[in-house]
Design a protein around this ligand. Structure first.
Ligand code: CP
Ligand code: NVA
Length: 316
């Protein structure tokens, strides 16, 4: 059974197939077409943390594809009434997909380990693969379909979003630069895993944000304090104070460079209002693309898991 626990679950071809289907479904939606490819199919969502984009884009995406989404709340007794194994086995009797936003990657891995329902990681401490799919879709649209050789520079915390972006950048032939205080940079354990999986990757991390911004086609940031790290908020504010994406900072990047943020943003901290609302900001297009990427992922998983005979991305 195919799952999306992290982008390590996708080959290069898989990754690009999902992007192609996403682009095709977006083009079809623009023409008013909402093909009911997942008619009578059901996606369950279980979220241990807050969400606007991930939750609503999966729910809306399922509706547009003719299916249903069920957002599970506390009354299902998640982790309280029965084991994860029993929970997922029962859920698989009713539903066709499960999206889980979990505090720990281990939870998503455990849900998938039973191999009874395709499990999609809707964000964990280690990864945010759905975000990276939407981000690549956004950059591809901005780059006329070719990202090879372009540079993505992330300024800020080396977090879950960054991990998935490093993988996505590699699979699209992009260079990835991380401008980040030393204490928050990528750990060697993750980088070793990346190297074992992909071989050489074009990745550099440094505290020197100006050198990381040089040559950037895209500059990306995220909150300095992720959900669950609130106790570190003050320490992090100090550590990242110099890493705010402002017009001043962007003077170190080429004029054509565009700005991304996975959202939600803490305006005035990691990014200024001026940049968020400027014409170089892609953030709302990027948020919108979560819908199309979620739909592409669901269709790809449906095909892989035998729910659908196939989908031709060229049919748009
Ligand atoms: N970017 C993102 O995943 O947003 P949500 O936390 O609102 O889902
Ligand atoms: N790094 C952030 C991403 C939110 C979409 C977090 O984990 O809170």
């Amino acid at each position: 059974m195919k799952h999306l626990r992290s982008l390590f679950d996708l080959s290069n071809d898989d990754f690009h197939s999902i992007i192609d289907v996403s682009r095709s479904l977006k083009a079809r939606l623009a023409k008013g077409e909402r093909p009911d490819l997942l008619k009578n199919r059901t996606t369950a969502l279980i979220f241990e943390k807050a969400s606007l984009r991930t939750r609503v884009s999966f729910e809306a995406g399922m509706a547009q594809l003719g299916g249903t989404a069920i957002y599970l709340t506390n009354d299902v007794g998640w982790r309280e009434r029965e084991t994860i194994a029993d929970f997922v086995r029962v859920l698989s009797e009713y539903c066709d997909f499960l999206v889980c936003r979990a505090i720990s990657q281990k939870t998503v891995n455990e849900l998938a380990a039973h191999d009874v329902i395709p499990v999609i990681n809707g964000l964990t401490d280690e990864a945010h693969p759905c975000q990276a799919l939407g981000d690549v879709l956004t950059m591809l649209e901005d780059s006329d379909g070719n990202l090879r050789g372009k540079q993505l520079t992330f300024v800020g915390d080396g977090n879950n979003v960054v991990r998935s972006l490093i993988q996505a950048a590699h699979m699209t032939g992009m260079k990835f630069r991380l401008a980040c205080p030393k204490a928050y940079q990528m750990h060697s354990a993750f980088l070793n895993q990346v190297h074992r999986h992909y071989g050489e990757v074009d990745f550099v991390q440094s505290e020197d944000m100006h050198s990381m911004l040089r040559g950037a086609d895209y500059v990306y940031t995220d909150v300095w304090t992720s959900m669950g790290q609130e106790a570190e908020n003050e320490t992090r504010k100090q550590a990242f104070a110099q890493y705010q994406i402002s017009e001043t900072l962007l003077a170190s990047a080429p004029d054509h460079c565009k700005v991304l943020h996975c959202l939600p943003a803490r305006r005035g901290l990691e990014i200024t209002d001026e940049v968020m609302d400027s014409c170089r900001s892609l953030v709302f297009q990027q948020a919108g693309n979560r819908l199309h990427a979620q739909k592409g992922l669901l269709i790809w998983l449906a095909v892989q898991n035998g729910y659908l005979d196939g989908y031709s991305a060229t049919s748009a």
